[in-house]
Ligand binder design. Structure first.
Ligand code: NAP
Length: 330
């Protein structure tokens, strides 16, 4: 089928609330020699999209200004150097932006096959959280079987992925969430103990268990010194966001005395090679486990691409549990 000259997309018309998202017509993206062009069926919605929309998370140099960090769909063109994919393949892909659109071009090695047993809408929910959790919890913090992981925001897209992945690889998982229902779902996903942070102090719960080996945190602010107290000797704190703010007063003697590691990363500005290496590890170690029933995306809700503003409003209400997706094409 011939490709069109233009495509439908949702852009950020100006920094602001969900209402600034607007459906527009944009030129088709052009794949380079090592890229593939994907006709997007579904695009995942992530909290960083809302931060970008609000003007707090600029796309890295060279990336599309359109929001959308992940998508699933069909390969419709391949660059001259691409051998891995063929036109017609179903893929899901990590994107530096541009997912809220009918077509997106990306480096071929940032795409992964749609795992057996998963549908395209489920596959669209995988890349951003699986790349983030794998690279931070396993590659960076080195979580091992038998160790204890504390995941904050357990009901988030990131949290539901972290609970399942860590459980699948033999770790014990503690998590925090803001309602009893969210806590129940986190425990159903594999968390040994979900802590309703409005009613209980996660530091006391973790200390009573000997402390966490690894903490994955997206809250920051007042959680930073509390995370330090909740870690055991040789523990590792991985910071992936600062929903409560990036600054805190900290007694660094604790870091020295208990030989702690404080680290963190953001995925989007990393090099193409770094993202390709994460993709390679995921395909080897994690993709065979997907679709088995024990590991897969937790789906919250689906919206039409034109209703991206409603999807953002739901995400920012924090009423959701798991992932929100946009239907781009049938
Ligand atoms: N570093 C990276 O590469 C990277 C990549 C992807 C995402 N992230 C970050 O990871 C976080 C989770 O992303 P996501 O897409 O999974 O988002 P999400 O589903 O919207 O999750 C955010 C969750 O955080 C909890 N939360 C705790 N304190 C909060 C606060 N002060 N304000 C708002 N929510 C708060 C909420 O659950 P409760 O109702 O239980 O409080 C909410 O469900 C985001 O901060 C995102 O920016 C980082």
């Amino acid at each position: 089928m011939p490709l069109p000259d233009a495509m439908r997309a949702v852009e950020i018309s100006q920094p602001g609330g969900p209402e600034v998202l607007r459906t527009v017509t944009r030129p088709m993206p052009e794949p380079g020699p090592s890229d593939i062009l994907i006709r997007v069926s579904w695009a995942g919605v992530n909290r960083p999209d809302a931060l970008q929309r609000a003007g707090a998370y600029a796309p890295p140099p060279g990336a599309s200004d359109l929001p959308g960090l992940e998508a699933a769909g069909t390969v419709v063109a391949v660059g001259a150097e691409v051998t891995r994919w063929q036109v017609g393949d179903h893929v899901c892909a990590l994107l530096p932006g541009g997912g809220y659109a009918e077509f997106v071009a990306i480096p071929a090695d940032h795409a992964l096959p749609v795992p057996a047993g998963l549908t395209l809408d489920q596959a669209a929910c995988l890349p951003e959280t699986f790349f983030t959790v794998w690279s931070n919890v396993f590659m960076r913090a080195g979580l091992r079987a038998g160790e204890t992981l504390l995941v904050h925001g357990g009901s988030s897209g990131i949290g539901t992925t972290a609970i399942q992945l860590a459980t699948a690889f033999g770790a014990r998982v503690f998590t925090t969430a803001g309602t009893p229902e969210k806590c129940r779902i986190c425990e159903r996903l594999g968390a040994e103990r979900a802590i309703n942070y409005r009613e209980e102090d996660f530091v006391e719960v973790l200390k009573a268990d000997g402390g966490a080996h690894v903490i994955l945190d997206m809250v920051g602010g007042s959680y930073i010194p509390r995370n330090i107290r909740a870690l055991r000797t040789e523990g590792r704190l991985v910071q992936i966001a600062f929903l409560e703010g990036p600054k805190a007063e900290l007694n660094f003697a604790q870091v020295m005395k208990r030989r702690l590691t404080i680290t963190g990363s953001t995925l989007r500005p990393q090099s193409d090679a770094a993202k390709a290496e994460i993709a390679r590890q995921l395909e080897e170690k994690v993709w065979p486990l997907l679709g088995s029933g024990d590991l897969g995306p937790v789906m919250d809700s689906e919206f039409a691409l034109d209703d991206a503003a409603d999807a953002h409003a739901r995400m920012e209400s924090s009423a959701h549990i798991g992932k929100i997706v946009l239907k781009v094409a049938g």
